[in-house]
Design a protein around this ligand. Structure first.
Ligand code: UDX
Length: 454
């Protein structure tokens, strides 16, 4: 029997990275490639628990786990120590795993597909003579910026801790809006150490890119041909979607789908801030009251740990007052929610996965970025793609209920934004259909894999 090429995929261990790489892995597997997906033990345990031990969803992907050494890190908030420990422990286990696989003719690895942040994974594979595909899970302009950093630092535009004057604007193409200093991914106001760590990580992408044989990303060419053109070897393979919301760390509350079925068409405001963002209690209450003031039905994801108090506390009487038009749950099958005809708009933190999922479903955005790439994604959504409005928070400002209400009203009455969102939805769908750009890029990747493992 013909041996299928064997690909080993390894994500950064966080929801926003595991989900899209798992979706990509499944697509690759559907093209006849054998895929082994390497999770950390703790992430895998979470995914199993969230799915009620139902591993059918992984559908054709082989799952293996490796330790991440986290039990040895005293303070899990110390991201420098966390990253160093992960690199030490995971790279050793990853190398052992690849060696074991390579010692058997049937298991021999044709290529690794690794998250761009896992520089060590590329080095291990290079050392072993295994081909390497880099997966960039965020927006393409972020990759362009990361790759330009050595040059920008050398030119003195950005200093070697990631600081630049506040009026700095980096123009990659005359046809693109400039990347402003306030939108830098590594910007951590008030936390210089964190900023330096994140900045070094952003700079660190250059080497894995240089030693990769393929660059894959979760976007589609037509979304941003100018930026994609700046990295000619890039293969956009998105939007990476799955109707079964693959790879969740939290159990989905599916009752929200029945609730959505009962709501009028395009009436429901969907509110979710991804897997990491958290609100202070005051801001949380203003958001609750803003949603109430809007007068519209709303579906709101309030994860455990979403506020800075131990137990989620709503404004007095809020839950009773909104009970006939609100559904509040701890985790939803987001792609299904965004595809539901009752949803009118998406109040989002602008995580890139949420952005791609909103775009694929033609849903207008109300942007409320919290950290990292989310500020740049906000500018992208509002100023480049023109499919959303910004809440325009000044630093440390609490966004008031009235502002939330006013921006929601404006968004819901903006015909142009709805048209733009609908147009992008069509483009996203076409890119995935047969002969579409992302579908052709996956095909190209798979064919090259098959050829190089003959
Ligand atoms: C993080 C960063 O915040 C983000 O900016 C970066 O681009 C990727 O890593 P996260 O904050 O979790 O990710 O946001 P996002 O990228 O939007 O990913 C969240 C994922 O969780 C999405 O795929 C979304 O569909 C899923 N989700 C979220 C659910 O399935 N249910 C929910 O209730 C909420």
């Amino acid at each position: 029997m013909e041996r299928r090429p064997h690909v080993v995929a390894i994500p950064f261990p966080a929801q926003g990275h595991v989900g899209p790489l798992l979706k990509l892995s499944r697509q690759v597997a559907h093209h006849g490639i054998r895929v082994t997906f390497v999770n950390t033990e703790s992430v895998h345990a979470r995914m199993l628990e969230a799915s009620g031990d139902d591993d059918r969803r992984w559908d054709g992907i082989e799952m293996v786990t490796i330790p991440d050494g986290m039990e040895e890190v005293k303070d899990p908030r110390d991201i420098e120590k966390v990253a160093a420990m992960r690199a030490k422990v995971m790279s050793r286990h990853f190398e052992e795993l690849l060696r074991k696989m390579n010692s058997s003719r049937d298991e021999r690895v044709a290529c690794i597909v690794a998250d761009a942040t896992l520089g060590w994974a590329f080095e291990v594979a290079e050392k072993m003579g295994i081909k390497r595909a880099l997966f960039w899970p965020a927006a393409v302009p972020g990759l362009v910026l990361s790759l330009s950093l050595p040059h920008l630092v050398e030119a003195g535009v950005i200093d070697d801790c990631g600081f630049a004057p506040s009026d700095t604007a980096i123009q990659f193409s005359p046809k693109l809006p400039a990347v402003k200093a306030v939108d830098f991914v590594w910007r951590c106001p008030g936390d210089q150490r964190m900023q330096e760590i994140v900045f070094r990580h952003a700079m660190g992408v250059t080497k894995p890119v240089r030693i990769s044989n393929w660059l894959l990303c979760n976007s589609f060419y037509e979304l941003d041909p100018i930026t994609c053109g700046l990295i000619p070897e890039l293969l956009p393979v998105g939007p990476l979607t799955s109707t079964d919301c693959l790879g969740n760390f939290w159990a989905e509350d599916r009752t929200c789908l029945n609730w959505l079925d009962l709501q009028p068409c395009k009436s429901v405001i969907y509110v979710a801030f991804g897997s990491l963002a958290a609100f202070g209690q005051n801001q949380f209450e203003e958001l609750a009251l803003g949603l109430e003031l809007s007068g519209h039905p709303f579906l709101w994801v309030v994860r455990s740990g979403f506020t800075d108090v131990d137990k989620i506390k709503y404004p007095d009487g809020f839950l009773e007052r909104v009970s006939d038009r609100a559904k509040i749950v701890s985790w939803v099958p987001q792609e299904k929610v965004l595809a539901h005809p009752s949803v009118s708009c998406f109040v989002t933190h602008c995580g890139w996965n949420s952005t791609m999922e909103g775009i694929s479903n033609g849903v207008p955005f109300l942007c409320w970025p919290c950290f990292a790439d989310q500020f740049y994604n906000r500018s992208y959504i509002c100023d480049v793609l023109r499919v959303g409005l910004d809440l325009k928070a000044e630093e440390a400002e609490i966004i008031s209920r009235h502002k939330i209400q006013a921006q929601l009203e404006q968004l819901l009455s903006d015909v142009q934004i709805k048209e733009n969102a609908e147009r992008l939805r069509g483009m996203a769908r076409r890119s995935l259909s047969e002969g579409g750009s992302s579908s052709a890029n996956i095909q190209h990747f798979v064919e090259q894999l098959k050829r190089c493992s003959e």
